[in-house]
Design a protein around this ligand. Sequence first.
Ligand code: E4P
Length: 217
Amino acid sequence: MKFFIDTAKVEDIKKANDMGVICGVTTNPSLIAKEGRVFEEVIAEITSIVDGPISGEVKATTTDAEGMIAEGREIAKIHPNMVVKIPMTVEGLKACKVLSSEGIKTNVTLIFSANQALLAARAGATYVSPFLGRLDDISVRGTDLIAEIAQIFEVAGIETEIIAASVRNPIHVTDCALAGADIATVPYNVIEQMTHHPLTDAGIEKFQADYKAVFGE
Ligand code: E4P
């Protein structure tokens, strides 16, 4: 399983990129709004940091296929690595079909069922984004959905990649890797949490203490 970072915060993207662990970025309208910056400006800056797929979502106020197609074409023009993120609706599927047929990469988002993922794949989506954490929030096991989609895609020979989204903690990461996600898009704080283990910290302290006891500082 590969990692994308799920944020529009440039400092966090730089930190994760410097660690060498991410190969793409996902954003959404809430994450862009949180930064309070112009969409095109922040996205262009992100493309200059990470050399991999960068998902930029159509505006939350654009709900018809024609509008999403027009916006998607503009997003695709920002950089060759751009992926147009489209919500899972009938209009979104129509937009996905047209943009995909033009060779524009798409990420169908807000996936909460295996059937939605299957429809998005058949509409030509490059990626589908099932939202793990938001399902867990309503007492539905999000990782079960990832496993179902992975199994269906495997059986049907579908090449659409599964991005496990709405990842909230390190256990989610392990679980979606085991469930067969191709990618997990993870906020920076979770990447940071994943680096830690108390035995690693204790081991470093012991190595330092043993070395210093014999050789000094
Ligand atoms: C991913 O594509 C989504 O933007 C994101 O993972 C949503 O996460 P949240 O449910 O924590 O807002």
